[in-house]
Design a protein. Structure first.
Length: 147
């Protein structure tokens, strides 16, 4: 089985939303379709998917995704997911590598991501990619309510 990393296309929407749901990334207060539309309006080239080649039995050829963003100070990674069928095969690593390459090409000196409480099992994965934990407090404020 093989897969490639490429830019997201609107035709990928249903498959990506299903991937995010299966991976436990969706939340009731974030409409994933609206998140996709918002990303397509800002730096859409930083929204990547991994597409499996010739795997009709999956029902979808999308086996991974990542959204990245750069605010001029640091980059961020969001919605990194890989299909259960492809975990441990390097899909997430390839998505992160490509997102980092694109961010670096934009002049981004640093990239960060947030891990939700309860998903600490992925810390080892990120550590293996060179990410380190910081002791910080995150705060946020919702400006637009999706639900």
């Amino acid at each position: 089985m093989s897969w490639t990393v490429r830019a997201f296309d609107r035709a990928d929407t249903d498959a990506v939303v299903e991937l995010w749901s299966d991976a436990g990334l969706t939340r009731p207060w974030n409409d994933p379709r609206l998140d996709i539309e918002r990303k397509l309006a800002v730096q859409p080239e930083l929204f990547l998917v991994a597409e499996a080649a010739g795997e009709k039995n999956l029902g979808s050829t999308i086996v991974g995704s990542v959204m990245a963003g750069y605010d001029g100070h640091r980059g961020w990674l969001y919605y990194l997911a890989s299909a259960r069928s492809h975990r441990g095969r390097g899909v997430a690593r390839a998505l992160v590598d490509e997102a980092e390459r694109l961010l670096l090409a934009m002049g981004c000196p640093k990239v960060q991501l947030m891990i939700r409480e309860g998903n600490e099992g992925v810390l080892g994965f990120y550590e293996g990619l060179g990410y380190e934990q910081f002791t910080v407090s995150n705060t946020g404020k919702r400006l637009v309510v999706d639900a």
